[in-house]
Design a protein around this ligand. Structure first.
Ligand SMILES: [Zn+2]
Length: 53
């Protein structure tokens, strides 16, 4: 719980945002970044497997 966004420091107005600790915009951004990281991770794993073979 936070009343300011942990990403940009702006005040959070909605209860939902406060629960997450991020404003809806930053939350979306974070989710997108996470997805990107997962994809990079998967790609690296595949590359690693190819190297081993
Ligand atoms: Zn924010």
């Amino acid at each position: 719980m936070s009343d300011i966004c942990l990403r940009c420091g702006r005040a959070l107005k909605s209860k939902e945002s406060a629960k997450r600790g991020y404003g809806s915009y930053c939350y979306k951004k974070i989710k997108a970044e996470e997805k990107e990281r997962d994809e990079v991770q998967k790609f690296n794993e595949v590359m690693e497997e190819i190297k081993v073979r």
